[in-house]
Design a binder for this molecule. Structure first.
Ligand code: IDP
Ligand code: MG
Length: 150
Protein backbone atom coordinates (compact mmCIF):
# COMPACT_ATOMS: atom_id res chain seq x y z
CA UNK A 1 0.00 0.00 0.00
CA UNK A 2 1.22 3.51 -0.87
CA UNK A 3 2.60 5.76 1.87
CA UNK A 4 3.34 9.47 2.09
CA UNK A 5 5.14 11.81 4.45
CA UNK A 6 3.06 14.61 5.98
CA UNK A 7 4.42 17.38 8.21
CA UNK A 8 2.31 19.86 10.18
CA UNK A 9 4.60 22.88 10.18
CA UNK A 10 5.22 25.13 13.23
CA UNK A 11 2.41 27.54 12.23
CA UNK A 12 -0.11 24.69 12.16
CA UNK A 13 0.95 23.57 15.64
CA UNK A 14 1.10 27.11 17.10
CA UNK A 15 -2.34 27.95 15.71
CA UNK A 16 -3.87 24.88 17.33
CA UNK A 17 -4.81 23.33 13.99
CA UNK A 18 -2.98 20.00 14.38
CA UNK A 19 -6.14 18.12 15.38
CA UNK A 20 -8.22 19.51 12.54
CA UNK A 21 -5.50 18.79 10.01
CA UNK A 22 -5.07 15.21 11.23
CA UNK A 23 -8.86 14.80 11.06
CA UNK A 24 -8.86 15.57 7.34
CA UNK A 25 -6.67 12.54 6.67
CA UNK A 26 -8.57 10.31 9.10
CA UNK A 27 -12.00 11.17 7.73
CA UNK A 28 -10.81 10.79 4.15
CA UNK A 29 -10.14 7.15 5.00
CA UNK A 30 -6.36 7.11 5.15
CA UNK A 31 -4.42 5.14 7.76
CA UNK A 32 -1.92 6.64 10.16
CA UNK A 33 1.23 4.53 10.35
CA UNK A 34 3.68 6.88 12.08
CA UNK A 35 3.52 10.07 14.10
CA UNK A 36 5.85 12.12 16.27
CA UNK A 37 5.80 15.56 17.86
CA UNK A 38 9.26 17.02 17.66
CA UNK A 39 11.58 19.94 17.17
CA UNK A 40 13.42 19.94 13.86
CA UNK A 41 17.20 20.33 13.75
CA UNK A 42 18.74 22.64 11.16
CA UNK A 43 20.47 19.60 9.67
CA UNK A 44 17.22 17.69 9.16
CA UNK A 45 15.43 20.77 7.82
CA UNK A 46 18.19 21.39 5.28
CA UNK A 47 18.17 17.77 4.13
CA UNK A 48 14.38 17.79 3.82
CA UNK A 49 14.38 20.96 1.72
CA UNK A 50 17.62 20.21 -0.14
CA UNK A 51 15.99 20.75 -3.58
CA UNK A 52 15.31 24.36 -2.58
CA UNK A 53 18.85 25.06 -1.37
CA UNK A 54 19.52 27.64 -4.09
CA UNK A 55 16.17 29.47 -3.74
CA UNK A 56 15.95 32.96 -2.28
CA UNK A 57 13.48 31.77 0.35
CA UNK A 58 15.65 28.86 1.57
CA UNK A 59 17.17 30.56 4.65
CA UNK A 60 13.77 31.87 5.76
CA UNK A 61 12.19 28.47 5.18
CA UNK A 62 14.79 26.70 7.35
CA UNK A 63 14.41 29.36 10.04
CA UNK A 64 10.62 28.86 9.98
CA UNK A 65 10.63 25.05 10.02
CA UNK A 66 13.06 24.98 12.96
CA UNK A 67 11.22 27.74 14.89
CA UNK A 68 8.89 25.49 16.87
CA UNK A 69 7.60 21.94 17.16
CA UNK A 70 6.08 20.06 14.24
CA UNK A 71 3.99 16.92 13.83
CA UNK A 72 5.75 14.49 11.50
CA UNK A 73 3.54 11.71 10.13
CA UNK A 74 3.38 8.84 7.70
CA UNK A 75 -0.03 8.04 6.22
CA UNK A 76 -1.03 5.10 4.07
CA UNK A 77 -3.75 4.46 1.47
CA UNK A 78 -4.50 3.86 -2.17
CA UNK A 79 -3.18 6.73 -4.28
CA UNK A 80 -2.31 8.67 -1.15
CA UNK A 81 0.64 10.67 -2.48
CA UNK A 82 -1.33 12.61 -5.06
CA UNK A 83 -4.55 12.57 -3.03
CA UNK A 84 -2.78 14.12 -0.02
CA UNK A 85 -1.43 16.89 -2.25
CA UNK A 86 -5.03 17.61 -3.30
CA UNK A 87 -6.22 17.67 0.31
CA UNK A 88 -3.37 20.04 1.14
CA UNK A 89 -3.96 22.41 -1.79
CA UNK A 90 -1.71 24.74 -3.79
CA UNK A 91 1.58 25.97 -2.31
CA UNK A 92 0.28 29.54 -2.05
CA UNK A 93 -2.74 29.45 0.28
CA UNK A 94 -4.35 32.37 -1.53
CA UNK A 95 -4.43 30.26 -4.71
CA UNK A 96 -5.44 27.08 -2.87
CA UNK A 97 -9.07 26.05 -3.32
CA UNK A 98 -11.49 26.42 -0.42
CA UNK A 99 -11.95 22.98 1.10
CA UNK A 100 -8.23 22.28 1.00
CA UNK A 101 -6.12 22.64 4.16
CA UNK A 102 -4.09 25.58 2.86
CA UNK A 103 -7.15 27.09 1.18
CA UNK A 104 -9.16 26.99 4.40
CA UNK A 105 -6.53 27.99 6.95
CA UNK A 106 -3.72 29.98 5.34
CA UNK A 107 -2.98 33.32 3.68
CA UNK A 108 0.71 33.31 2.75
CA UNK A 109 3.19 30.94 1.10
CA UNK A 110 5.72 31.26 3.93
CA UNK A 111 3.08 30.08 6.45
CA UNK A 112 1.25 27.36 4.57
CA UNK A 113 0.75 24.99 7.49
CA UNK A 114 1.62 21.63 6.04
CA UNK A 115 3.99 19.66 3.85
CA UNK A 116 3.16 16.57 1.80
CA UNK A 117 5.49 14.53 -0.43
CA UNK A 118 5.13 15.40 -4.11
CA UNK A 119 5.77 11.95 -5.64
CA UNK A 120 6.01 8.29 -4.62
CA UNK A 121 9.80 8.31 -4.85
CA UNK A 122 10.05 11.55 -2.83
CA UNK A 123 7.74 10.03 -0.22
CA UNK A 124 10.07 7.05 0.17
CA UNK A 125 13.08 9.35 0.65
CA UNK A 126 11.29 11.66 3.09
CA UNK A 127 9.88 8.80 5.19
CA UNK A 128 13.42 7.40 5.46
CA UNK A 129 14.75 10.80 6.46
CA UNK A 130 12.21 11.44 9.23
CA UNK A 131 11.44 7.95 10.57
CA UNK A 132 13.23 4.79 11.64
CA UNK A 133 11.62 1.62 10.31
CA UNK A 134 10.60 0.51 13.84
CA UNK A 135 8.72 3.79 14.38
CA UNK A 136 6.22 2.83 11.67
CA UNK A 137 3.23 0.71 12.63
CA UNK A 138 1.68 -1.61 10.05
CA UNK A 139 -1.89 -2.36 11.04
CA UNK A 140 -5.20 -3.18 9.43
CA UNK A 141 -8.02 -0.84 10.51
CA UNK A 142 -11.28 -2.74 11.02
CA UNK A 143 -12.92 -0.12 8.78
CA UNK A 144 -10.98 -1.32 5.76
CA UNK A 145 -13.83 -3.35 4.24
CA UNK A 146 -15.99 -0.21 4.28
CA UNK A 147 -13.35 1.84 2.50
CA UNK A 148 -12.05 -0.58 -0.12
CA UNK A 149 -13.71 -3.19 -2.33
CA UNK A 150 -12.21 -6.71 -2.20
P1 IDP B 1 5.09 22.54 -1.69
O1 IDP B 1 5.25 22.61 -0.18
O2 IDP B 1 3.67 22.84 -2.10
O3 IDP B 1 5.62 21.26 -2.27
P2 IDP B 1 7.46 23.86 -2.76
O4 IDP B 1 7.49 24.68 -4.00
O5 IDP B 1 8.12 22.52 -2.78
O6 IDP B 1 5.93 23.74 -2.30
O7 IDP B 1 8.11 24.74 -1.62
C1 IDP B 1 8.41 24.18 -0.37
C2 IDP B 1 8.01 25.14 0.72
O8 IDP B 1 8.83 26.30 0.65
C3 IDP B 1 6.58 25.67 0.62
O9 IDP B 1 5.62 24.81 1.17
C4 IDP B 1 6.70 26.97 1.41
O10 IDP B 1 6.66 26.70 2.81
C5 IDP B 1 8.09 27.43 1.04
N1 IDP B 1 8.07 28.37 -0.08
C6 IDP B 1 7.92 28.08 -1.39
N2 IDP B 1 7.95 29.20 -2.14
C7 IDP B 1 8.13 30.21 -1.27
C8 IDP B 1 8.24 31.63 -1.42
O11 IDP B 1 8.18 32.19 -2.52
N3 IDP B 1 8.41 32.37 -0.27
C9 IDP B 1 8.47 31.79 0.97
N4 IDP B 1 8.37 30.45 1.16
C10 IDP B 1 8.21 29.68 0.05
MG1 MG C 1 7.55 20.56 -2.53
Amino acid sequence: MERTFILIKPDGVQRGLAGQIISRFETKGFTLVGMKFMNVTKELAEKHYDVHREKSFFAGLIQFITSGPVVAMVWEGEGIVSSARKLIGATNPLSAEPGTIRGDYGVTVGRNLIHGSDAIETARTEIGLWFEEEELVSWQPTLTTWLYED
